[in-house]
Design a binder for this molecule. Structure first.
Ligand code: SF4
Length: 353
């Protein structure tokens, strides 16, 4: 069990004001920080779930160019939104975002934590982030970065205690004149840029004189590591069929299927059902690719074929022929990687379109 240490409230307030000043001067320029409206903060927070800032930035900018407002987003189709999301992963986020947008356009944005928690795709952390960053409400957030900073400052890994401390931090800062958007983002920023998991830069930290883990020299021990992730191994088998013109056949995954709304190669079951006597498939070879999606380690084996006649697509439900270079439908990172590997291995067929 870790032991926590107390510091005086006077020290705390000096350090918190110093933290707010540090944030004003050192914060990174991020597109959602410029004009932090509820719409923009909501979209950015959904994109940032399980995804690093550096990955999200270009997606966020592209999204805002296409859908600068809630009205623009709801005027689009879910397929268009998924297409724009393609490559960012965790596609249920895009589907939930779209569902939520339809609700907001009717009823307006929620105003309280309880209302936000009713929204598809919104959990405790995201609700707190939107309320504090966009609406300046003194609501706590406890993401990995905030947890690490508070855990080290108070030298504790007790989750319930960390939750209480994150609330006390933003509420007390608010009473002392620090806006919740500044208080919470300052802690997040400190965790992201200074209080790193390994070798934190305590010499540059505005909280160094109240940080007990720093004083004890054991910051890296906090927070204590959680249980190791348990991996689930999945083996996928798919067919990539090249048409006479070098285009490939993709199928849209249906509601209820994993990765619904995204397009992918053809499963053996669909191919068996669709094969007609007139269609000749010539085997070209096999490629294997590996992907990690949340806790899943996926080994994907793709059999590559050349179809002599295009008639095969008539029997595969929700399928269409697309360019292997620019599919022009929503494809995930796993398919993109598979197509890249196929292009490398079979350049002569890929060059046909
Ligand atoms: S003093 Fe060091 S360990 Fe403590 S919060 Fe700052 S960077 Fe993290």
């Amino acid at each position: 069990m870790s032991k926590s240490v107390k510091f005086t409230s006077g020290q705390f307030f000096v350090a918190v004001h110093r933290l707010a000043r540090w944030f004003e001067h050192q914060r990174r320029i991020l597109p959602w920080r410029n004009d932090p409206s509820v719409y923009r903060v909501w979209v950015s927070e959904i994109m940032l779930q399980q995804t690093q800032v550096v990955t999200v930035v270009p997606y966020f900018e592209r999204f805002m160019t296409h859908y600068p407002t809630l009205d623009a987003l709801t005027a689009a189709s879910e397929a268009d939104v998924l297409k724009l999301w393609a490559g960012l992963g965790y596609y249920s986020r895009a589907r939930n975002l779209y569902r939520a947008a339809k609700i907001f356009v009717e009823n307006g944005f929620p105003k309280s934590r309880a209302e936000w928690l009713e929204v598809p795709g919104i959990g405790d952390y995201t609700a707190g982030a939107i309320l504090s960053i966009a609406l300046d409400q003194p609501e706590p957030i406890l993401d990995g970065n905030v947890e690490r900073v508070i855990s080290r400052v108070r030298r504790t890994s007790d989750r319930a205690r960390l939750r209480r401390l994150s609330r006390a931090f933003v509420e007390t800062s608010f009473r002392r004149g620090i806006r919740p958007s500044v208080a919470n983002q300052a802690l997040m920023e400190l965790g992201a840029t200074v209080c790193s998991p390994r070798q934190p830069h305590c010499g540059k930290c505005p909280l160094f004189d109240i940080c007990h883990a720093c004083a004890a020299g054991d910051a890296e021990q906090f927070p204590e590591s959680k249980k190791r992730k348990e991996w689930i191994a999945i083996q996928e088998e798919l067919h990539c069929i090249f048409g006479e013109d070098g285009r490939v056949l993709l199928r849209e995954r249906e509601p209820g299927e994993w990765r619904a709304g995204l397009w992918d190669l053809i499963e053996p079951r669909a191919l068996d059902k669709s094969r007609s006597a007139k269609t000749a498939l010539t085997p070209m070879g096999t490629v294997q690719t590996r992907h990690i999606v949340t806790r899943h380690k996926i080994l994907r084996t793709t059999h590559v074929w050349k179809a002599e006649k295009k008639g095969i697509h008539l029997r595969v439900k929700s399928s269409r022929w697309v360019s292997i270079h620019t599919p022009e439908v929503a494809v995930g990172a796993a398919l993109q990687r598979t197509l890249n590997r196929i292009r490398e291995k079979f350049p002569e067929v890929s060059r046909l379109n």
